[in-house]
Design a protein around this ligand. Sequence first.
Ligand SMILES: Nc1ncnc2c1ncn2[C@@H]1O[C@H](COP(=O)(O)OP(=O)(O)O)[C@@H](O)[C@H]1O
Ligand SMILES: [Mg+2]
Length: 259
Amino acid sequence: MLELAGVSKSFGGLAVIRDLDLHVDDREILSVIGPNGAGKTTLFNLVTGVVAPDAGAIRLDGQDLAGRPAHEIAQAGISRTFQSIRLFLNMTVLENVMAATYAHTGARMWQSVLRTPAARREEAAVRAQAAEHLAFFGTRLQGYRWDQPAYSLSYANRRRLEIARAMATRPRVLLLDEPAAGMNPAETHEITELIARLRDEVGHTIAVIEHDMHVVEGISDRVVALDHGVKIAEGSFDEVAADTRVVEAYLGLRTAERK
Ligand SMILES: Nc1ncnc2c1ncn2[C@@H]1O[C@H](COP(=O)(O)OP(=O)(O)O)[C@@H](O)[C@H]1O
Ligand SMILES: [Mg+2]
């Protein structure tokens, strides 16, 4: 569904992604692992049009998106969450999800200001959709929480709300950048199950960047390991986890951190 071929990106002479080939298949969960600075977030930035590749093709269902502006890529069906959470903190939980839907459908917000009957119908539809997306998170983001400002949410709930916003655009491919970062073990377990449900119940195609190897083991159909922008291993979790280059990339990092 999503395919990268020969993608490269440098920042000021530093090669961050090098000649990368990668694909994500329909209804698959692909995990992208690698030490800090390996280029994982840059990979997502390339796919979502935050930065343009220096070379290579990025195709969604065969349509080349490389270098296209971010809003066009979002429109084409790629949605993401961020390593550092990005929410409208002063808007309510429900409004955050509604805003994502409006941004995607290009619904004319000024109409809702005029309160025309058409705008009211549309707003009701968007509200119902947002409620449906939030219902996926069960009691975590339900009921009274809908009308609370996002700033009142716990950290884990902010991460959940980010996922709800990404779902709201009904993407072809969902990119999750470290969804379990900063979560405690119970929350991490819960987010692992949630990501699996996104595939199994909603039918999402997902690429996820994750550091926690328990999460990676729990959800991955396939794993790709990056180091210094190069794909050093690809395969099942067991294959990649046992790969000498992967072990060395992580051990090398730990050794460097100890110094
Ligand atoms: N916009 C940018 N400008 C300059 N350097 C960047 C930019 N984005 C990322 N980098 C650099 O690219 C490298 C990879 O970063 P990143 O993709 O965030 O790694 P990861 O997500 O794997 O930890 C780092 O050295 C980082 O400093
Ligand atoms: Mg990152």
